[in-house]
Design a protein around this ligand. Structure first.
Ligand code: 2IT
Length: 449
């Protein structure tokens, strides 16, 4: 069956050889599926691989906006509606200067499997723009978001496609997007998640991705009779995901010694706690490109310019910044330094070579792919959708306990699927297989559409 996998991958490379991120994501996922395809001929017979790698719909639009000086700018806007076999399209919107359609295809494809793993009825989608919110005024961000929604509104809806935040899209942006949707549609619905707490947002949604990563890491460590307590932890990034992970790692008694930005990383042997975590939010608001100010403010912290935190000797590594932020050399170094677990927080944090290395060494270093360990964010978005549909809101404790249970369940699904298909301890295979089966069987049930 690996021949079927190779044929489909070759087809993708031929159609769009420039889509390197999407091809990377597809290669990792499809390679994991070979044992399932061997056992179940129905997937090849129904051309499931050819169908699942093709987004159901891709919307591409112009986003014109005016800056504070009156100058006109044009950006691209996209929404990739990847797969709706198990629920409405669901996934974030990313505003980042490097975003291309390739980025959003990789993210939408990953999202399809991730959302399936949550056990909630959500299909996969992703959207975004190369608009760079860094250095823009609130008014400029508002005008951009409004212009973006002036096209997107006709393609989304609470039962069709429910976007949320991602890199560069937080509470402020979701607010501006929601406001314009509501005005155009004249409807107050749960069309976006990550909303403000007074207008339909779920408690814990801001923390959820980071909390979920650490809940997952705890489950991963448990398989070796270990826990987060007393562990030295390297986190990369300093945005929403890194922030939530740092809070929960501290809660569980671990010591967070690094965070990072595009300019380098911070090492703080005293641990990043309390007001240092609060300061991460302030830095993000000021300049998304730089963590250097952290070392100027906190005397125990050191700044390593142009470096990544994976050179530090730590027990647990949580990459929480962006795709391909951990390469093969760094994977080898982490293992050499005795790191017990690498639990991805960003989507596709590790390069394909690094993932293959981790898979080959999964008895020596535990490795979890983002689509499993960062699924707590979208899972809590799913809980926000449920609360919106019921027109009521759950307490922090209720949402947090559901989130925790979902992460425990995802971990269990990954472990069981990896064992069932002959690769125990391989969370990459486990996540891809468990996510795939639900989507693929639903596609078969619903016929060729
Ligand atoms: O990558 C992700 O899972 C997200 N950006 C969250 C998506 C969501 O719909 O909450």
């Amino acid at each position: 069956m690996s021949q079927y996998v190779d044929e489909v991958l070759e087809g993708l490379k031929k159609r769009a050889p420039w889509e390197t991120l999407f091809i990377q994501a597809a290669t990792e996922i499809l390679h994991s599926l070979a044992p399932v395809l061997d056992r179940e001929p129905k997937y090849k017979k129904n051309a499931i691989l050819e169908r699942i790698v093709e987004p159901e719909r891709t919307i591409s639009f112009r986003v014109p906006w005016v800056d504070d000086k009156g100058q006109i700018h044009i950006n691209n806007g996209w929404r990739v509606q990847f797969n709706s076999a198990i629920g409405p399209y669901k996934g974030g919107i990313r505003f980042h200067p490097n975003v291309t359609l390739d980025t959003l295809k990789f993210l939408g494809f990953e999202q399809t499997f991730k959302n399936s793993l949550t056990g909630l009825p959500m299909g996969g989608g992703k959207g975004g723009s190369q608009f760079d919110p860094n250095g823009k005024s609130d008014a400029e961000v508002m005008r951009f978001c409004q212009s973006f929604m002036m096209e997107l509104w006709r393609h989304i809806g609470p039962d069709t496609d429910v976007p949320a935040g991602d890199i560069g899209v937080g509470g402020r942006e979701v607010g501006y997007l929601f406001g314009m949707y509501k005005k155009l549609r004249n409807e107050f619905t749960g069309v976006l998640t990550g909303k403000g707490q007074y207008w339909g947002g779920s408690l814990i949604r801001p923390e959820a991705t980071g909390f979920g990563i650490v809940y997952f890491a705890e489950e991963v460590l448990k398989t070796k009779g270990e826990s987060m307590k007393g562990k030295k932890v390297a986190i990369s990034g300093f945005g929403n995901v890194a922030w939530g992970a740092a809070i929960k790692a501290n809660d569980l008694g671990a010591k967070v010694v690094t965070i990072s930005g595009p300019d380098g990383y911070i090492y703080d042997p005293d641990g990043i706690t309390g007001d240092k975590i609060e300061y991460m939010e302030e830095m993000l608001r000021t300049d998304r490109m730089s963590v250097a100010p952290f070392a100027a403010k906190f005397k125990t912290a050191q700044f390593f310019a142009g470096k990544r935190p994976w050179e530090q000797v730590v027990d647990v590594a949580l990459p929480c910044a962006i795709q391909n932020e951990l390469n093969l050399d760094e994977a080898k170094l982490l293992m050499k330094n005795g790191t017990m677990a690498v639990v991805e927080g960003s989507n596709m944090s590790s390069t394909l070579e690094a993932v293959e290395f981790f898979q080959a060494n999964c008895q020596k270093i535990l490795f979890s792919p983002g689509k499993a360990s960062n699924a707590g964010g979208v899972a809590t978005s799913g809980l926000e959708m449920s609360q919106n549909s019921m027109r009521l809101g759950w307490s922090r404790e209720e949402v947090d306990s559901r989130l925790h249970q979902i992460m425990v369940n995802i971990h269990k699904s990954c472990v069981e699927a990896a064992e069932r298909y002959g690769t125990p301890g391989n969370y990459v295979n486990g996540a891809n297989i468990a996510g795939f089966i639900k989507v693929a069987d639903s596609m078969i049930d619903q016929g060729l559409v």
